[in-house]
Every structure is written in C-alpha cells, then in structure tokens.
Design a protein around this ligand. Sequence first.
Ligand code: GTP
Ligand code: MG
Length: 202
Amino acid sequence: MRIVDASFMQSAQSISDSPGPDVAEIAFLGRSNVGKSSLLNTLTNRKGLAKSSSTPGKTQLINYFNIKFKTDEENGMPPDLFARFVDLPGFGYAKVSKTLKAEWNRNLTNYLEQRPNLQMFIHLIDARHPELAIDKNVDEFLEKIKRGDQLIVHAFTKTDKLKQNDLAKLRREYPEGIFISNLKKRGISDLQNKITGYLFGN
Ligand code: GTP
Ligand code: MG
C-alpha cells in the first residue's frame, strides 16, 4: 500500500468552515516546530505541499489534504482508497497574543473532540525532549477524549539529532513509538504502514 497522490484541499479556522466529514481523517498534532508539516511532505513525497518553516508558528489554520492510496496487488484493478491528512497549528507557541491563543486552543480542542471522521491522532514529539509537561498534558487529554474507533500514535521526530545510543534507549522506553527523521527519511514507511494498517487493514 502506498500513497500515489496528495493535494491541498482547503484551510479552515474551525469545524464550522471545514469540509464535510465524508472521509477518514488523520490529524498531525504536536508542539510548534516539532516537524508536523515536514512530516506530511515526507510521507506524501511532495516537498512544498504543507508549508514548513524554521520559525515556530508557521501553520495557523487547520489544513486539509486529500490523500490517495493504492494497494500493490498484482492481479486485477485494485481500488483507489482515500483519506485526508490534517496539518494542525502547533501548540505552545509563545509569540501570539493571549486572545489568539485562547481561540486557537478552542478551535483545535473542538476539532480533536468533535470531528466524527477523525480516526488517528499522530502526536509528534521531539525525540530530544520526550518528557515535556506540555506533551504529557496533550497525551492525557487525548486518552480522555479518545473514542473506541480512534488510535493514538506517538511519532518521535528529529531522530537524526540523537546519538545512536540515546535513540536506542528511546526505542526501548517507547516500544510502540515510531521514530522519524524527515531529514534522513527514516521511519517513514513504519508510519505509513501504521496508518494504512489501521485505516484499511493492510
Ligand atoms: P508549526 O507549523 O510552527 O507548528 O511547526 P511544524 O511542526 O509544522 O514544523 P515544520 O515542519 O515547519 O518544521 C520546523 C523546523 O524543523 C524546520 O526548520 C524543519 O526543517 C525542521 N525539521 C522538521 N523535521 C525535521 C527532522 O526530522 N530533522 C531535522 N533535523 N529537522 C527537522
Ligand atoms: Mg506546520
């Protein structure tokens, strides 16, 4: 199973101006600058699809991308399968006003809690700082709101910045984790298999 097409669909401020909940969605969430937009680009193999930047706070809206998958079946015509990737604004970004921050939080929380077609939460965590309080809070929140049909995945990013033995230690501590480097294109097929396995059962 692989991604054969990816395109930007639309941005939204909240659920009310979002597309209809007609396709399974996978949300990428995590601290500002952790590598959400970059990961979306690596997964889809499309460099500028989601706007990434070294300046935190780049993604400020809920961004929807249409994703088309194909199975690698050799016989017959395998059907196209579809999903939507959702690039979310990062949390913990200090440089926005309190009012804007509160509104962001409300819109994001509503999306995470109320979107009926949201199937997977991909929680990105900086591999160098796996124990931050803000990520623990997000984890608790996700565990609390998670429905029976939803899955939480922990994806540790920027693993290229870790020494080999620190990475090995992290893998032991989080055996269920996915270990990503957008720079070195590592861990990408692990995450893709996790997504297609959950959505389509292969
Ligand atoms: P916001 O939109 O602000 O929430 O940030 P984001 O989580 O979307 O992060 P983004 O993808 O824009 O990446 C932030 C910075 O981290 C960019 O300079 C990326 O090049 C860099 N980056 C992302 N992934 C990796 C990685 O795996 N390794 C390294 N070394 N740098 C990365
Ligand atoms: Mg972003």
